[in-house]
Design a protein around this ligand. Sequence first.
Ligand code: TMO
Length: 320
Amino acid sequence: MKLSKTRSIRALMVAGCISLLAATGVAKAADSTKPIVIPIHNWSSQIVMAYVIGGIFESIGDNVEYVPADSQAVYESIRNGDVTISHEVWQSTFGKSFYNSMAKGGVIDAGSHEATTLEEMGVPTWVIDKGLCPGLPNWEALADCSDNFTTADSGGKGRWLEGPQSWHGNLMPERIEALGLSDKWTVKFAGGADALWTELASAKKEGRGTVIFNWTPNFTDADGFTFIEFPEYTPGCRKADGGDGKCGSPKGWLKKAANYKMPKTHPHAYTIFSQLSFSTPQIGQMAALVDVDKMDHKDAAKKWLADNKDVWQGWTETGM
Ligand code: TMO
């Protein structure tokens, strides 16, 4: 009795849904033909992943456009709709800009990648093996080894080669000051990511110490790179966030962001975007195709998509 009642209610509900669908025709809206705008920043995995995700969107028939964008200002561009997504929101460098724009309304959190992140100063592991700074990776070792890290432009101090200043402003100069290291160390900003990899190669060739900014996931994960362990990050610890600045970078997340209209304008692509997630080895591999194998970013993305159909094709089958 009870069972058959349940059954007939189900049958009614199914019939109801079908007739509602027939009447309104809105159950599966097609994606807009307007392009999904994907930003291009200035590190390899981000650029390759832009074309990987663009290629996935194109595989379902959507249109895609790529625009060069500043990696901090992009969240305002997403908020006002000039850019549709950001597929690598790194917590340490961009978390603040992301949440600032979200708080103004118009940016949504489209989920996290499986990979966790670290964006931190460090040394190639051979620098430690060679005894150029005994006590590393503990940051306190930096008090006694700066002489092994001087360069022509460092005024007799040890040099930290930071990434481009557009990534996280004065974080590192402020940290050196806060930790009482400013008599011994100074920060120089690289013009681009390539300058970091060039420095790694030439320091190795010359057998001299070097401290550079680096991150994981990256192609260097496979290479032996050791991040310096600074005092633990806590929310608000940075100078820019009102703290005393005596902290390292967070062991962070890697998020995806989208303009708030995307789920409505491109529901299929948004459904895919919200699900897609890359791992540390996958992102490291995207970077390595360019920085180790010297492929062009677009060709690297094509190769990645062709070699990893089993990773991404399942995502395209939901939300259709
Ligand atoms: C944003 N980055 C991965 C270069 O630190």
